[in-house]
Design a protein around this ligand. Structure first.
Ligand SMILES: Cc1ncc(C[n+]2csc(CCOP(=O)(O)OP(=O)(O)O)c2C)c(N)n1
Ligand SMILES: [Mg+2]
Length: 335
């Protein structure tokens, strides 16, 4: 009797080798773009940057399910991996942090991390934490009223769930069974405030009170995020309503380029989490299953580094935003 080979984890999820490499490349492109952003900051060329290092799995594993230009995305400032996966480019990121006129997010006049690109239905967030949530629920309501099968992905950090906006949006989503996914990246800190001083109980379990499913996943394991998000997207697209996903992860860099995290956390804690870095962790999985070897890994990294370098050079060479444009979109212009 022929023994049937037991299917491995990714096969159970319907993923093959090329699918896994796509996820891997998404995370690596995010990491290299993020690293380059820090370099541009330290060189004095980019005034301010926000980093997503450590959170790539939580972002890429969910964003891969988005249908760009059809679904809507309401990201938060740390969602570089999300927006790159949906189709923004490393050049878009560099144009933004360098204040260049071509920046799609705000013509070089918007605070970095406030991602937007109209063609991809990526909607800019405002600076106050959590305002994206009611907007996302509203867009999901529009999809529902029009009878369209679009899905809205929104998210933020664990501290964004302490504000009223999040609860109001969760309630609306629950009442109207809206096609919206709340992806909370619980990265253990809100600037210097540890999660235990910010979050009461479990975030994931709060969904039950609003009448829809909530799941907690290992946010540093891309396959766990992928699987939970796949189910959430299918449910939303098929009229089954919202999902809350709490991805447990860790912010490996300081809050922003203006923050000194040595003042509120031990470097040993960061080192511990580095061992759970989602990228080497996924490399281990890919190697174990014969999908990636050392030579291929190096080739992919070289290719991505070259892409990022080129994007950075091209953004540096682009024109700065015209200072005269500062009031555009803010005040009415004289006719
Ligand atoms: C309403 C409001 N309060 C405070 C701030 C200042 N602020 C900016 S980011 C941040 C931390 C948010 O932490 P979290 O939601 O966990 O996201 P993370 O930065 O950790 O990814 C705070 C307090 C703000 N922008 N808006
Ligand atoms: Mg946080």
């Amino acid at each position: 009797m022929a023994m049937e080979r037991t299917r491995v984890r990714h096969e159970e999820m319907g993923l093959d080798g090329p699918d896994l490499i796509r996820l891997y490349r998404g995370m690596l492109l995010t990491r290299r773009t993020d690293e380059r952003s820090w370099t541009l900051n330290r060189q004095g060329k980019a005034a301010f940057v926000v980093s997503c290092q450590g959170q790539e799995a939580a972002q890429v594993g969910a964003a891969v399910h988005i249908q760009p230009g059809h679904d809507f995305v309401y990201p938060y400032y740390r969602d570089l991996g999300t927006v790159l996966m949906v189709g923004m480019t490393p050049r878009d990121q560099f144009l933004s942090i360098l204040g260049k006129a071509e920046d799609p997010s705000g013509g070089g006049r918007q605070m970095p991390g406030h991602f937007s690109k109209r063609s991809l239905n990526i909607v800019t967030s405002s600076a106050p934490i959590g305002v994206q949530y009611p907007q996302a629920a509203g867009t999901a309501l529009a999809f529902k009223m029009r009878g369209e099968d679009g899905v809205v992905l929104t998210g933020g950090g664990e501290a964004s769930t302490s504000g009223g906006d999040w609860h109001e949006a969760m309630n609306m989503a629950g009442i109207h069974d809206l096609p919206v996914i709340f992806l909370i990246q619980n990265n253990a800190y809100a600037i210097s405030v540890p999660a235990e001083k910010q979050v009461a109980g479990s975030i994931a379990k709060r969904a039950e009170g609003y009448g829809f499913p909530g799941v907690e996943v290992d946010g540093n394991d891309i396959l766990s995020v992928y699987e939970a998000s796949k189910e959430a997207f299918e449910r939303a697209r098929n009229g089954g309503g919202p999902t809350l996903i709490e991805a447990k992860t860790y912010r490996m860099r300081a809050h922003s380029s203006d923050d000194d995290d040595r003042r509120y956390r031990e470097s040993s804690e960061i080192e511990e989490w580095r061992l759970k870095d989602p990228i080497p962790r996924f490399e281990g999985y890919l190697e174990e299953h014969g999908i990636l070897d050392a030579t291929q890994k190096e080739a992919i990294d070289e290719e991505i580094k070259a892409e990022v370098r080129e994007a950075s050079d091209s953004a540096e060479a682009a024109e700065y935003a015209d200072p005269e444009s500062i009031f555009r979109g803010v005040y009415a212009e004289r006719g």
